[in-house]
Design a protein around this ligand. Structure first.
Ligand SMILES: [Zn+2]
Length: 414
């Protein structure tokens, strides 16, 4: 008989956790605001840890506040299999982002316990500190420190963007400055269930996204400077207009994505002329360019074309360009055998699958540095996330959690 999770129990926990820091919308939306290491985050953590202890799991907290709850395996010398995600949210977040992965992990363990199914390896359910980075940049802070990507002391000294409080002090204040050294124990394998946060699965009518990796990201801030001038008295031939140059760059950035094709995406997200007045040729324009691809070579090609575009446009309009790299991450490829395992588990349960890349960052990409890793996506209604209207159908939650359960079982017995 195939094991299945209890989806009602899982949905009830998602709802109960979602009531902490709830943000209610005018049309019945039930969103969430639990920024990292705030009182709301503490209340959310306390609730999830209480559930972990109720199941008899061994709960450990590390020095950056990551929480690990383990159901031991029959062979205690073997490294456990880990699943998990995050329970912090952005200020206008939903109930599912991150929370689904943690609570589905808990549900998978409870299902094993209820069925009396033992595994060779232990199964650990984790939640990582400050995945969103909304209060303490950078994002994925807890998992980054856990895998050794940022020294603990540096992380503890990061100041909050809202009130200036330090990570280390806030961890002490909310009671989550743990004793377990960061990186003390890496798992045998890691798998994270997460909502897609985009529209592809829903659009194609597919239930399970088999995530092969995470897109590489290249963020640039561009400041174009021309010459501020009177809109009535300055002849066109004597203008050096940074707004015109910026507009040509917006157009050209879209053309780069169209020409490269495939899954290349390119976005101008910020666009600020100075001054921003009806009768003045702008002095400068600040804009940001976000380029993403799953292939590092192609991403570099997009960056090259973007540099050429800026050079040509600025020369044509007599405008100067100052550029600053805001973020640059190479694409992450998940372990092929783990990816196969996710696909096989989903199909064995009768779910439709689609291989895809993640367009957003996740704790799993950090864990991929230290152990074989993969991710499972479930559809997001209307592709919405980081939005209080974020939602996922219970049937899709069940499909994702069942897939997680069976990936964990396969890994824990290997
Ligand atoms: Zn998330």
């Amino acid at each position: 008989m195939t094991l299945h999770v209890d989806v009602d129990r899982l949905m009830n926990r998602i709802d109960e956790l979602g009531r902490i820091g709830a943000v209610l919308g005018p049309n019945g939306e039930r969103g969430c605001a639990r920024l990292a290491l705030t009182d709301a985050d503490r209340a959310g953590r306390d609730l999830v840890v209480a559930w972990m202890r109720d199941l008899g799991l061994v709960v450990e907290i590390d020095e950056i506040g990551n929480v690990f709850a383990t159901r031991p395996g029959t062979e205690p010398d073997l490294a456990p299999v880990m699943t998990g995600s995050h329970i912090d949210t952005v200020p206008t977040g939903g109930r599912f982002d991150g929370n689904l992965g943690v609570l589905a992990g808990l549900e998978a363990v409870e299902t094993l316990l209820a069925a009396g199914v033992e595994t060779r390896r232990g199964v650990t359910v984790a939640f990582f500190t400050d995945e969103e980075g909304a209060r303490f940049p950078p994002d994925m802070l807890g998992s980054l420190v856990y895998v050794g990507g940022l020294p603990l002391e540096e992380a503890l000294d990061i100041a909050a963007v809202d009130d200036g409080a330090r990570v280390g002090d806030e961890l002490q204040r909310i009671g989550y400055a743990g004793a377990r050294p960061v990186g003390a124990l890496f798992p045998h394998a890691f798998v994270e269930l997460h909502i897609e946060q985009g529209p592809i699965l829903e659009d194609e009518g597919v239930t399970i996204g088999v995530v092969e990796g995470v897109q590489g990201i290249s963020w640039t801030e561009l400041i174009l400077t021309g010459r501020s001038a009177h809109a009535g008295t300055t002849p066109m031939r004597l203008r050096r207009d940074p707004l015109l140059a910026a507009s040509r760059i917006v157009d050209g950035v879209r053309a780069i994505a169209d020409e490269i094709g495939g899954d290349q995406v390119a976005t101008v997200g910020r666009f600020e002329p100075h001054p921003n007045l009806v009768n003045v040729v702008a002095q400068s324009v600040t804009l940001t360019i976000d380029l993403r691809n799953t292939d590092e070579t192609v991403l570099q090609e997009a960056e090259r074309r973007f540099a050429d575009l800026v050079g040509a446009v600025c020369a044509g309009e007599g405008v100067t360009a100052e550029r600053r790299t805001l973020a640059r991450f190479e694409p992450v490829e998940f372990d092929p055998s783990m990816v196969d395992r996710v696909e096989a588990a989903a199909r064995a349960l009768g779910h439709s699958t689609r291989r895809m890349a993640s367009g957003a960052g996740h704790d799993a990409q950090m864990l991929a540095r230290v152990c074989p890793t993969a991710m499972i996506f479930t559809p997001s209604i209307d592709g919405l996330s980081h939005n209080i209207a974020e939602d996922t159908h219970p049937a899709d939650v069940a499909a994702g959690a069942d897939t997680l359960l069976h990936v964990l079982l396969a890994c824990a017995n290997s």
